[in-house]
Write a protein that binds this ligand. Structure first.
Ligand SMILES: Cc1cc2nc3c(=O)[nH]c(=O)nc-3n(C[C@H](O)[C@H](O)[C@H](O)COP(=O)(O)OP(=O)(O)OC[C@H]3O[C@@H](n4cnc5c(N)ncnc54)[C@H](O)[C@@H]3O)c2cc1C
Length: 561
C-alpha cells in the first residue's frame, strides 16, 4: 500500500519530523538535502491542516508593514526564492483596493497611497510591480462590478500558489533525497531511548506512531525530533511529555467560500461589518472569498465553515461588489492558523512571526517545536531550524540549498500548448497539468501516450486526466479519493465530485490493489464531505437539490442514504 515511501523499523534516523504541513515538509526537505536521514509522520494527509486551507498567497503581508516590517521583508524575500524553485506553481495576483468617498475619503486615499509607497520598497524582492493610483474611471474599467461612491483606488501586486502542491513537492524532494514519509500516521508518544542505546548507534528518542488506515503500530529511533504540528503543537507536546506551556499557540480559524468561476478580474479588497479586511479574488479556475480570523476552541481534526461565517464574508464583499450574491457557491474550506500566543489583541492584530522552541530546558535535548509563521516564509523558517539542527546536533557545515535547488518539476516549465498538440489533449488540460507538475507533466503525458485510455478526462471541471490520478497515487503518496483531490483539484470544481469521484475511487482501488467496493466507499466519503462543506454556503432551495443529488449518487454507489 502506498502509504509510505520507505521501510520503517528497525531504521534509525537522524531526525524525525512530526507534521506534514508546509513547515514539516519544508524542514524535512532542507535536512534531507543536507544529507541527514529524515523520517516524517503526518496524521492525516500532507497539507491537511492550515497549509492546505490557506488563502494561498505567497505575499509580502502588506498588513504587517507597520507593526512588523521584518515579517513583510522576510516574506517578500522568501517569495522571490519560492518563485525561483517552483516557477510553475506561482501565478500573479494583482489586487485593487477601492477607497470609498466617505468623510475624509480623500485623506484616506492619500494615506493609503503613502503606505503602499513604503510597501513598494519590498516589491522588487518578490518581482512584483509597484503600486498604482487609480481614478474612479480606471477602477470601473478594470472591475466593472464595483459599485458605490469611490474616490479612487490603489493596485498592488501579489503572488498566488497552491499550498497543497507546495507541501507535496517539498515532501517528494525530501523522499528523493532519502527521507521516509508516512502519511495517515499519527505520532502518539515520544520516549527517551533507554540509557546506553545511544552508544549503540540508536537514536536518543523513540517515536511511536500508528497508521490510521491499517491500525499498524510503527516506531522510529531518532537523534532529533521536530514538532511541526501547527495548531496541534500543544497536543503533540503533551503526548511527547513536554510542558504544554512552552508551545502555546493562539489557534485562529479562517474560512473561505469558493465560487464556481472567475467572477472578478482582479483581487478586490473589501471590509466586513466590523471593519476587518477581506477579499475576493480569482484563484486557479474559481473565485475565492476570504477570510475570517477567529479564536478557535474546537476539534482541530474537523474544522468546518459555518453558514454564519459564510454570510459575514459575502455581506462584506457585496457592499462594493453586489453581483457576488448571484454567484454560485460550490464549497467552503477552513483551517486553523498556528499563531504565536498572546492574550489580548484582536485575532487579526496578532503577530505572524515564527519561533523555534528548543526543548533542552524541558529536559528534552534535541527536541524542537516550530510555531507560527506563514506559507510565504516557510522556506526561511525551515532553513533557520535546519541550520540550528545541522550545526548544533550533527556538527554539520552542510549549507542550506533550498533557495536555489528547484522543487520537483520546477527545473523547467514546458510549453502547455505544444504539449497539448503533441499529446492530443486540450490546451486547458495541458495548462493545468503543467501548473501542477511543471516538467514532471512530461512523465504523466508519456504514461498516457503508452496507454491511450489514460488520456481520458476523469474530472472535467478542472480538468484531470486518468494518467494524473494514477501518477499521484503511485508517486505522490495519495491513498484516497480525497488525497487525489487535494493533489489534483479533482472534484473541487463545479460538480463537487458528483461526476468524477466514483471513477477516481475505482482507479485508486486498482492502483492500491483494493477491492472496487473500497474505491466506491472512498468516493462516497469524498462527496459526502464535499457536500457538507458546500451546504453551509447554499440557500435552502439549492440545499434541498443538493440533498437529492447526494442521495441519488449514494444509491448509485451502492450505499444506503
Ligand atoms: C485561513 C488561513 C489563511 C491563510 N492564508 C495565508 C496566506 O495567504 N499566506 C501565508 O503566507 N500564510 C497563510 N496562512 C498561514 C499558513 O497557512 C500557516 O502559517 C502555515 O500553513 C502553517 O504550517 P504548519 O506546517 O506549521 O501547520 P499545518 O499546515 O497545520 O500542519 C500541521 C500538520 O501536523 C499534522 N499533525 C498534527 N498532529 C500530528 C501527530 N500527532 N502526528 C503526525 N502529524 C500530526 C496535522 O495533520 C497537519 O497536517 C493562512 C492560514 C489560514 C488558516
Amino acid at each position: 500500500m502506498a502509504v509510505a515511501s520507505g521501510p520503517l523499523p528497525p531504521d534509525e534516523y537522524d531526525v524525525a519530523v512530526i507534521g506534514g504541513g508546509v513547515n514539516g515538509t519544508g524542514v524535512a526537505r532542507d535536512l534531507a538535502l543536507r544529507g541527514l536521514r529524515v523520517v516524517l509522520f503526518e496524521r492525516h494527509d500532507l497539507a491537511f491542516g492550515a497549509s492546505g486551507n490557506s488563502s494561498g498567497m505567497i505575499h509580502g503581508g502588506v498588513r504587517y508593514l507597520s507593526s512588523a516590517p521584518h515579517v513583510t521583508e522576510q516574506s517578500c524575500r522568501d517569495s522571490g526564492y519560492i518563485q525561483r524553485i517552483a516557477p510553475h506553481l506561482l501565478f500573479r495576483m494583482p489586487f485593487l483596493m477601492p477607497v470609498k468617498s466617505a468623510r475624509q475619503g480623500r485623506i484616506m486615499f492619500e494615506l493609503i497611497d503613502a503606505y503602499f509607497r513604503a510597501y513598494d520598497d519590498y516589491q522588487p524582492l518578490k518581482h512584483s510591480k509597484l503600486h498604482c493610483r487609480l481614478d474612479p474611471g480606471e477602477l470601473a474599467r478594470l472591475e466593472p462590478g464595483l459599485v458605490g461612491s469611490i474616490v479612487g483606488g490603489i493596485s498592488f501586486d501579489e503572488w498566488g500558489i497552491d499550498g497543497v502542491r507546495l507541501c507535496v513537492l517539498n515532501a517528494l524532494d525530501a523522499i528523493e533525497h532519502g527521507a521516509s514519509v508516512h502519511v495517515h500516521t499519527t505520532v502518539e508518544t515520544l520516549e527517551r531511548a533507554p540509557e546506553g542505546a545511544e552508544g549503540e548507534g540508536g537514536g536518543r528518542y523513540v517515536v511511536h506512531a500508528r497508521n490510521r488506515l491499517t491500525q499498524e503500530r510503527v516506531f522510529a529511533r531518532a537523534q532529533v525530533v521536530v514538532n511541526a504540528t501547527g495548531a496541534w503543537s500543544p497536543i503533540t507536546a503533551v503526548a511527547s511529555g513536554l510542558p504544554q506551556a512552552r508551545v502555546r499557540v493562539r489557534p485562529g480559524k479562517g474560512i473561505h467560500v469558493v465560487l464556481d468561476r472567475r467572477i472578478v478580474n482582479y483581487g478586490v479588497i473589501s471590509e466586513t461589518i466590523d471593519g476587518r479586511q477581506i477579499f475576493v479574488y480569482p484563484w486557479q479556475n474559481v473565485s475565492i472569498v476570504g477570510t475570517t480570523d477567529d479564536d478557535y476552541y474546537g476539534d482541530l481534526d474537523d474544522v468546518r465553515a459555518t453558514s454564519d461565517e459564510v454570510r459575514y464574508l459575502v455581506q462584506g464583499v457585496a457592499r462594493i461588489f453586489p453581483s457576488i450574491r448571484a454567484a454560485r457557491a460550490i464549497g467552503t474550506y477552513a483551517g486553523v492558523r498556528p499563531t504565536l500566543y498572546e492574550y489580548g489583541p484582536n485575532e487579526d492584530a496578532l503577530s505572524r512571526e515564527h519561533e523555534v522552541v528548543d526543548h533542552a530546558p524541558d529536559g528534552a535535548p534535541g527536541v524542537y517545536s516550530m510555531i507560527g509563521g506563514k506559507l510565504a516564509s516557510y522556506r526561511i523558517f525551515a532553513q533557520e531550524l535546519s541550520d540550528l539542527v545541522a550545526t548544533r546536533e550533527f556538527d554539520s557545515g552542510a549549507p542550506c540549498t533550498t533557495h536555489e535547488r528547484p522543487l520537483p518539476g520546477g527545473d523547467e516549465v514546458p510549453d502547455a500548448v505544444a504539449l497539448a498538440e503533441r499529446h492530443g489533449i486540450t490546451p486547458v488540460a495541458a495548462r493545468r497539468l503543467v501548473f501542477r507538475h511543471g516538467k514532471r507533466s512530461l512523465r504523466i503525458l508519456e504514461r498516457a501516450a503508452a496507454r491511450p485510455s489514460e488520456r481520458d478526462v476523469v474530472c472535467a471541471c478542472e480538468p484531470v486526466l486518468e494518467a494524473e490520478v494514477r501518477h499521484v497515487v503511485r508517486e505522490e503518496l495519495a491513498c484516497t479519493v480525497e488525497g487525489v483531490a487535494r493533489r489534483t483539484r479533482l472534484g473541487l470544481g463545479a460538480c463537487g465530485g458528483m461526476r468524477c469521484a466514483a471513477r477516481c475511487g475505482q482507479i485508486v482501488a486498482q492502483e492500491r490493489g483494493l477491492p472496487p467496493s473500497e474505491g466506491l466507499a472512498m468516493a462516497r466519503d469524498f462527496v459526502t464531505r464535499a457536500t457538507a462543506t458546500r451546504v453551509v454556503a447554499l440557500g435552502p432551495e439549492q440545499a434541498r437539490q443538493e440533498a437529492l443529488t447526494l442521495a441519488h449518487l449514494r444509491a448509485s454507489l451502492g450505499v444506503g442514504t
